[in-house]
Ligand binder design. Structure first.
Ligand code: 5GP
Ligand code: ZN
Length: 115
């Protein structure tokens, strides 16, 4: 745990969240400022700053995250026609919380390219 990290505080219940799913390795909770009818944040419990900071040891964890996102998406009828998974990495990627996380967005149709 990084004591100054917002998502570490959410993982450790220092800051409350609307939890969607939890296991030993990750937590999924509703985004506080949703950009779509469904907007879920998926975070590993391990504090990793960003996708640029992963190591070989994290490969299994990242696979577990992707698998779990698919499982969570299957549980929402709003996502039956598809959804978008986003990782914002670093300043240019638009990352605002420095604890790696994935956005699961859906319930509306998205445009491309992203802004
Ligand atoms: P980023 O911009 O780093 O990719 O995504 C950070 C996300 O965290 C944003 O979508 C933002 O709305 C969300 N967020 C920021 N603070 C909180 C909070 O205290 N609780 C929850 N549930 N989400 C938050
Ligand atoms: Zn953290």
């Amino acid at each position: 745990m990084d004591k100054d990290c917002l998502f570490c505080k959410i993982i450790n219940n220092v800051i409350p969240s609307n939890k969607i799913y939890e296991d030993d390795l990750l937590l999924a909770f509703n985004d506080i400022n949703p950009q779509a009818p469904i907007h879920i944040i998926i975070v590993p419990k391990k504090h990793i700053r960003s996708l640029s900071d992963i190591s070989q040891d994290d490969k299994e964890l990242l696979g577990h995250i992707q698998f779990t996102i698919s499982k969570i998406a299957k549980s929402f009828t709003e996502l039956k026609n598809g959804y978008r998974v986003v990782n914002n990495c670093g300043n240019d990627g638009g990352q605002t919380v420095d604890h790696i996380h994935y956005h699961l967005l859906g319930g509306r149709v998205f445009g491309w390219p992203p802004g």
